[in-house]
Design a protein around this ligand. Sequence first.
Ligand SMILES: Nc1ncnc2c1ncn2[C@@H]1O[C@H](COP(=O)(O)OP(=O)(O)O)[C@@H](O)[C@H]1O
Ligand SMILES: [Mg+2]
Length: 232
Amino acid sequence: MATTLAVQDLEKTYGSGEDAVRAVRHVSFETAPGEFVALVGPSGSGKTTLLAMIGGLLAPTGGRIVVNGSEVGGAAKRDLAKYRREMVGFVFQANNLLPFLTARENLLVPAALGSLDKRDANARAGRLLEELGLEKRRNALATQLSGGERQRVAIARALMNDPRLVLVDEPTASLDSARGRQVVESLIREVRARDVLGIMVTHDMAMAELADRVLEMHDGEIREHRAGKLAT
Ligand SMILES: Nc1ncnc2c1ncn2[C@@H]1O[C@H](COP(=O)(O)OP(=O)(O)O)[C@@H](O)[C@H]1O
Ligand SMILES: [Mg+2]
């Protein structure tokens, strides 16, 4: 089943009084099933904050996030951890691979925390590494991988728990444009193949254009919605 997301009047204010920063203000949008959305905007416009709230990493100060009909964070804290573990795959800018583990071992870490049994996890890791063109690099340590390879490992790892939402923050920031494009194209391909919802923060318009839809943030608000060029 394709994932639906509705963000309703979402707010996040950091701090209070004079030091308060209204990082996200009255943000509302809905996504179409299976959509790949790019979130663009200048540094400090609230992109990471919005993504972290959608991923259940950060509590909103107002508004709601509804995924497949249930409100995120509406229930107990335990449910939030379960939501993150079972529903969400994250890819961060600084891919956060464990440097002393191989590409394959990095994929097996989240599986070890989840419910997947060992044999299924091994098979799944093998398949994902192959899909992302990393089969030859599977036994290389994370430190021996190139920047693009590391990001592809991070994408594979985010898909290990078979998430319904894949949230990606600046995946190409450390890559040149050709490699960045390869990474984003693999990401979009994998997301489409699984019918999951993808949201990617980027400040690279060339990458954003590969998405189905582009949301542009300024000062904590979404200012513009437009169609991307529809990656095929
Ligand atoms: N933990 C925090 N405490 C206080 N202010 C924060 C925190 N994280 C982000 N901010 C502020 O919130 C605003 C939005 O930040 P962020 O969501 O990181 O934007 P972006 O990802 O678009 O660069 C910025 O003004 C930033 O300084
Ligand atoms: Mg950011």
